[in-house]
Design a protein around this ligand. Structure first.
Ligand code: ARG
Length: 444
């Protein structure tokens, strides 16, 4: 039997539609993507090229920064030169610099060749990527550290922003190597992360992406941090009890530095997962760790514009019979009772508060969290917020009516109560067919 065409899958259309907001948001934006020479050495670069091509085709301005560590090591070994490191930084003497230049040059050519592919029937069909390179990075020597002269090892001194912008304006993809030049005409060996971070900052890029060995930044127990604020990332770095994987130790400080300097988002993702870049960029939850300036969550009062988003949240729960069905009209009329939780400008949770001032008691209703956002503690956050709100309105008690989620409320300090403990007006509206249970929590 021939395989069903992919387009007939119901996921195809809904998936395609789901990426539309990202396509709109990313057009014309500047992304700096950094990857080590390992990506090229492992032969994984072809797939990555397809993804770069796609980003470029969507009108994203791309600066790619490549490293060449394994290739440099190989060259050094071939020339019987041992790599010398001082406090974790490579010392580049005149002989090693020769190897560095050769290694970097070769990697660069390979990358340019792959970016030039255009075979019919491949994701690169009709691709027309023009790669720009040049003297965009001015470097300076790191100098002498504790009496050791690091010679041709340097750091970024200046990024020629105007020249980079010109290239991107012409639709070219800029490829930077981890080398820089000094005003005296010397070549300096730089680190990939320094070039990428300095460039992202200088360009005021919208994103900086590091492809790395691990999946992102992990908690002690191995769970991935999906999102870190600058402060949280700094905590991870300051935790002396933890030895971070090499790549995290290298890239996380850069993410903090970039973020502090105004790069909105830095993403740390695995270089081993095919398509990781697309998964990270074109989904809400991503695949790696994203470092942002401050939390992307906001709890706020709902407005009439939120009705659509709230309906989307409530519908699945209504269909399952967990919540009582509400029409759009009812929701519009009662919107002032609703609070919403936004994550990254998308409504991911909501709840409503119906106060009964005579009895100093309020009903918490319609508590809902997007199914894709389970296990992020959003339910608790909304509940805490609603409790505070109820208290600020002078309420002593919060109650809920529920048929199916009793345990969740019990675990959070609610106790079962009888229908006759409901405020009088509410009792009159109680639906005896639905037979919801009543749970109450004291707020004082
Ligand atoms: N796709 C969105 C972006 O590129 C969100 C990514 C979220 N990633 C994460 N690791 N939490 O900005």
């Amino acid at each position: 039997m021939p395989a069903a065409p992919i387009t007939s899958s119901p996921d195809f259309v809904s998936w395609f539609r789901s990426v539309a907001p990202y396509i709109n948001a990313f057009r014309g934006k500047t992304f700096v993507v950094a990857f080590g020479g390992e990506v090229v050495a492992d032969g994984k670069f072809v797939e990555l090229t397809h993804d770069f091509n796609l980003l470029a085709a969507l009108g994203i301005r791309l600066v790619l920064v490549h490293g060449a560590r394994p290739q440099i090591e190989q060259h050094l070994a071939r020339n019987d030169l041992a790599g010398t490191f001082h406090q974790g930084i490579r010392l580049t003497d005149a002989e090693s610099l020769q190897c560095v230049k050769e290694a970097v040059g070769r990697v660069r050519l390979e990358i340019e060749a792959l970016l030039s592919m255009g075979l019919a029937n491949s994701p690169m069909a009709n691709a027309d990527i023009r790669v720009a390179g040049g003297n965009f990075i001015t470097a300076q020597p790191i100098g002498i550290i504790n009496g050791v002269d690091l010679q041709h090892t340097g750091r970024v001194r200046k990024v020629d922003v105007a020249a980079l912008r010109d290239r991107m304006e012409f639709g070219e993809v800029v490829l930077l190597s981890s080398l820089g030049y000094s005003p005296t005409g010397e070549v300096f060996n730089l680190t990939l992360e320094d070039v990428a971070t300095a460039t992202a900052i200088a360009l005021d890029a919208d994103k900086l992406v590091f492809l790395m060995d691990t999946d992102g930044v992990q908690e002690k127990r191995g769970k991935l941090f999906k999102e870190l604020t600058i402060a949280q990332a700094q905590d991870v770095l300051d935790n002396k009890k933890r030895v971070l994987p090499d790549d995290v130790a290298l890239f996380l400080p850069c993410a903090v530095r970039a973020c502090e300097a105004g790069v909105a988002r830095t993403h740390l993702i695995s270089r081993h997962t095919d398509g990781a870049l697309l998964q990270e960029l074109f989904s809400d939850e991503g695949i790696g760790t994203m470092v942002v300036e401050s939390t992307l969550n906001t709890l706020r009062a709902a407005t009439i514009e939120d009705v659509g988003g709230i309906l989307q949240l409530l519908r699945p729960l209504e269909e399952e019979g967990i919540l009582v069905r509400r029409s759009r009209e009812l929701l519009e009329r009662e919107i002032a009772r609703f609070e919403v939780l936004e994550h990254d400008h998308r409504i991911v949770g909501c709840a409503a508060l119906y106060p009964f001032p005579n009895e100093a008691s309020a009903e918490l209703a319609c508590l809902a969290v997007d199914a894709q956002c389970r296990d992020r503690g959003y339910g608790e956050a909304i509940l805490d917020h609603m409790s505070t709100l109820a208290k600020s309105q002078g309420m002593n008690k919060l109650f809920v009516l529920t048929t199916r989620t009793a345990h969740w409320f019990i675990e959070r300090g609610f106790g079962e109560a009888g229908v006759n403990q409901l405020p009088k007006e509410k009792k009159e509206l109680y639906n005896y067919q639905r037979r919801s249970k009543v749970f109450v929590k004291n707020l004082r």
